[in-house]
Design a protein around this ligand. Structure first.
Ligand SMILES: NC(=O)c1ccc[n+]([C@@H]2O[C@H](COP(=O)([O-])OP(=O)(O)OC[C@H]3O[C@@H](n4cnc5c(N)ncnc54)[C@H](O)[C@@H]3O)[C@@H](O)[C@H]2O)c1
Length: 246
């Protein structure tokens, strides 16, 4: 059963990590995928790996800029004929305690995650409501649920994504568009592998399942939320955490 047969998905930040794995899982489920990423070379290489022009396309997009998000979504409709799934996944970290975090580091993280997700959600919604169908999946974080030391910027942005997703879910439900979020815990990716060993060990000790998650384990939940398997779900936050901070 191909859960996303004949559907087109856009994944922001899909050049690597969790976003790439989501794109790969969607292609495996029959979707055509457009990857939007600030790193066009990496996005182009990722699209090649996914099977090339028949199923995947790369677009340079900084999600902070709404006109670049417009270009990304137009590419999906022009190339593949529809926009059925939008995954707002692009993200960065600029960790520092409040004593040392600069205003620029705060603004940058809020912009990429929160404004980026707002841009992606409202722009995708504008297209999907015309089609009276669509699924939007926003990537939050456990950091937004519990707050993490050194992440006042990131925790605020990720908690903001939950509020944004729920408000958007209410605005869009009667248009046939569902909006849900995923809150991953500690997932193996470039973002987490940059972490000092001590911080990694501390996090591991908090995880009942005793291991980090793999990007594919987030991608499978994204597939569930993107597909009709979750047809009666909107405004939810699914935790993919191995039981951490349940
Ligand atoms: N890895 C984890 O443990 C973890 C946990 C919780 C949530 N998350 C979230 O999952 C998402 C993906 O994280 P990841 O671990 O795969 O990170 P990653 O650093 O491996 O990948 C992030 C991707 O986003 C792209 N990107 C960054 N800024 C962008 C922008 N302004 N516009 C478009 N693309 C941009 C990067 O080029 C990169 O390809 C992020 O939103 C992150 O906050 C990750």
């Amino acid at each position: 059963m191909e859960l996303l047969a004949n559907r087109t998905a856009v994944v922001t930040g899909g050049a690597q990590g969790i976003g790439f794995e989501i794109a790969r899982t969607f292609v495996g489920a029959g979707a055509r995928v457009v990857i939007g990423d600030v790193d066009l070379d990496a996005a182009t290489a990722a699209a090649e790996k996914l099977g090339g022009a028949e199923v995947a396309h790369a677009v340079r997009c900084n999600v902070v800029h709404s006109e670049q998000v417009d270009t990304l979504l137009s590419a999906a409709v022009d190339r593949f004929g529809s926009l059925d799934v939008m995954v707002n996944n692009a993200g960065i970290t600029r960790d520092a305690t409040m004593r040392t975090m600069t205003e620029n580091e705060f603004d940058l993280v809020i912009d990429v995650h929160l404004k980026g997700t707002w841009n992606g959600t409202r722009k995708a919604a504008a297209i999907m409501r015309e089609a009276k169908r669509g699924a939007i999946v926003n990537i939050s974080s456990l950091s937004g649920k519990v707050g993490m030391v050194g992440q006042t910027n990131y925790s605020a942005a990720k908690a903001g994504i939950v509020g944004l997703s729920k408000a958007a879910a209410k605005e869009l439900a009667h248009h046939g568009v569902r909006v849900n979020a995923i809150a991953p815990g500690l997932i193996r990716s470039a973002m987490t592998e940059a972490m000092p060993q001590k911080a990694w060990d501390q996090k591991m000790s908090e995880i009942p399942m005793g291991r980090a998650g793999e990007p594919a384990e987030v991608a499978n939940v994204a597939l569930f939320l993107a597909s009709d398997l979750s047809s009666y779900m909107t405004g939810t936050v699914l935790e993919v955490t191995g039981g951490r901070f349940m």
